[in-house]
Design a protein around this ligand. Structure first.
Ligand SMILES: [Fe+2]
Length: 339
């Protein structure tokens, strides 16, 4: 383990940043007076850039390097972040809380995000919002979506339905998850399997198969449920693993991948098995955030107990692109961050 200030490179695919209490309190004190950041998003992101520039230089560079370099870790845990003094009940419907009076959590989420890329709303995900509330919703308890709790959410990357037939191209480069409230039983584990570790752990012939365009990704469950009436909406055939051996890219849809041959189906099963073996595991609690590279690896989540009573696990999530240029064809007329 390398220790450099408060940046811990636990291995080549997992990094941790721990704020000191002084830095946490200094940033938190400033954020307490911030308005809801989505009301004037670009001004707030600019102000958050100034606030988060106060991170110690080792940590600031560590987060920037995480976002900009190919050879850095695929996942980073940030601990001891500021939290809201008062946290209302966890929303039960998957939408934002109407009771939240301060916006420290939202500002932490977006402040970390703007060090990595540009927050992007997706028209077919959470109504195009920039801040997604990820909470257990009883109707989706066993689904392969972010509403679930009573199901292992399989290793996947976050993809988006797109008319081009490629769901793995206009999707986010990064996701940031900020935890506002841990689940009551402290059971929920978030996993991240880096493609470098996955490739090293798989037999060569399985990797070969995963590199062929023998797979069709099913669109996200929210899209399939709300727009397609529940029927599968499959992508063009794609490869699961791509790119050079030292920096492979990987994509898997949560809502099912169809292997076009028997070898392809077998390879998918092997992939999920090896992901469980090589994955990093974290239990997110209030004041911790996870920075996830959505190209370098796959994430998953364990089952956990949900009561749907306002005390459940509550994460906020944002999707990021390094640049909005390549998704401009998806842009909506009246909001330049929604695609
Ligand atoms: Fe996800």
């Amino acid at each position: 383990m390398l220790v450099d200030g408060n940046v811990r490179t636990l291995d080549r695919t997992f990094t941790e940043f721990v704020l000191t209490d002084e830095v946490r309190d200094a940033i938190g004190g400033v954020l307490e007076s911030f308005p809801n950041p989505v009301d004037d998003i670009d001004r707030t992101l600019t102000r958050l850039r100034v606030v988060f520039a106060a991170l110690p230089i080792d940590q600031l560079q560590g987060v920037l390097d995480f976002g900009r370099h190919v050879d850095t870790a695929g996942v980073a845990l940030v601990r001891n972040l500021p939290v809201d003094r008062e946290l209302p009940m966890t929303p039960v419907d998957g939408g934002p809380s109407r009771l939240k009076r301060t916006f420290v959590a939202e500002c932490v989420l977006l402040g970390l995000s703007q060090l990595l890329g540009e927050p992007m709303g997706i028209t077919t995900e959470k109504g195009g919002r920039l801040v997604h509330d990820v909470v257990p919703v009883s109707a989706g308890a066993t689904s392969q979506t972010n509403q679930s709790s009573a199901a292992f959410l399989n290793f996947h990357s976050d993809i988006v339905y797109d008319e081009t037939g490629r769901f793995d191209v206009p999707n986010p480069d990064f996701l940031v998850l900020n935890c506002l409230r841990q689940d009551v039983g402290k059971e929920a584990v978030t996993y991240y399997a880096d493609a470098r570790d996955v490739v090293a752990g798989l037999p060569e012939d399985v990797v070969e198969t995963l590199r062929t365009p023998s797979f069709r990704l099913n669109a996200p469950g929210s899209y399939v449920r709300d727009v397609a009436g529940g029927a599968a909406v499959l992508s063009d055939p794609v490869a699961i693993i791509s790119g050079p051996l030292h920096a492979p890219g990987i994509v898997v849809s949560a809502n099912g991948v169809v292997g076009l041959t028997r070898e392809a189906e077998n390879a998918l099963n092997e992939l999920q098995r090896v992901c469980r073996e090589v994955a990093h595991e974290v239990r997110l609690a209030a004041g911790t955030a996870l920075l996830i590279n959505n190209r370098k690896g796959l994430h998953a989540r364990s089952q956990f107990f949900a009561r749907h009573d306002g005390q459940d696990r509550w994460l906020q999530r944002t999707y990021l692109r390094r640049s909005l240029w390549d998704v401009r064809y998806r842009g909506v007329p009246d909001n330049r961050r929604v695609h």
